[in-house]
Design a protein around this ligand. Structure first.
Ligand code: BEZ
Length: 219
């Protein structure tokens, strides 16, 4: 079983969090949510990642994206850990909930288990998983990073921009795209449709196959 992946509906779990009980689907609501896990509280990379998320929270909010962290320790541990996170990055506030999962049930249901990481009792720990969930409660993107590698929040923001643009305009974003760069017209759009959908015009890259499939435009 591959576990939760792109296109799946995220399970509507009830979570015990630093902001009280939260049901995942209610929390996502009509917007987007990023549900992201950490191996454990009071660990070095996790502390830097949480502080980074806290300082990017305003950017996610502008895009209608809520944040929901998960770490297996309990809520009282999370509340103590937040003091360290905020002290590490002075001025940052952890404004989003962090869910507890002491029985390691949530991480299994959300495909967040790292098979190579165990706690001191030999219990499984989460990887650095991140699911972007859409208004339809389906997973739009997943990252699975090992404990050794902290995530790049600029990249998380970039993929949110890409996915929200693709949801709106029938375009896709090419390699290394950043907001403001040209986008490509989706292969499902015929040239006739493209002329109507993109009156600003588009440029077809001339390639040896002459198949005219690489069409750049600006939106
Ligand atoms: C960390 O956050 O630094 C970490 C957590 C678990 C295993 C390895 C590193």
């Amino acid at each position: 079983m591959p576990g939760l992946t792109i296109g799946d509906t995220i399970p509507d779990l009830e979570l015990d969090t630093t902001h009280g009980q939260i049901r995942i689907h209610d929390y996502v609501g009509n917007g987007y949510a990023i549900v992201f896990s950490h191996p454990a509280d009071f660990t070095p990379v996790c502390t830097t990642e949480m502080a980074a998320m806290a300082s990017y929270a305003g950017e996610f909010e502008k895009r209608g994206v809520k944040l929901l962290g998960i770490s297996c320790d309990d809520v009282s541990s999370h509340k103590e850990w937040i003091k360290d996170i905020e002290a590490y990055k002075l001025g940052s506030r952890v404004t989003f909930p962090i869910a507890a999962d002491p029985n390691k049930e949530v991480i299994k249901q959300l495909n967040m288990v790292d098979p190579d990481e165990k706690d001191k009792d030999g219990q499984q720990l989460p990887s650095r998983t991140l699911h972007l969930v859409g208004p339809d409660k389906k997973v739009k993107l997943s990252f699975l990073f090992p404990a050794s590698t902290g995530r790049n929040m600029d990249e998380v923001l970039r993929v949110v921009d890409s996915i929200q643009m693709a949801a709106k305009h029938r375009v896709a974003t090419p390699a290394n795209w950043k907001p403001g760069d040209p986008v490509v017209i989706s292969p499902s759009v015929s040239n006739e449709e493209a002329r109507k959908l993109f009156p600003q015009g588009y440029e077809v890259k001339d390639l040896p196959s002459k198949k005219e499939y690489l069409r750049f435009t600006k939106v």
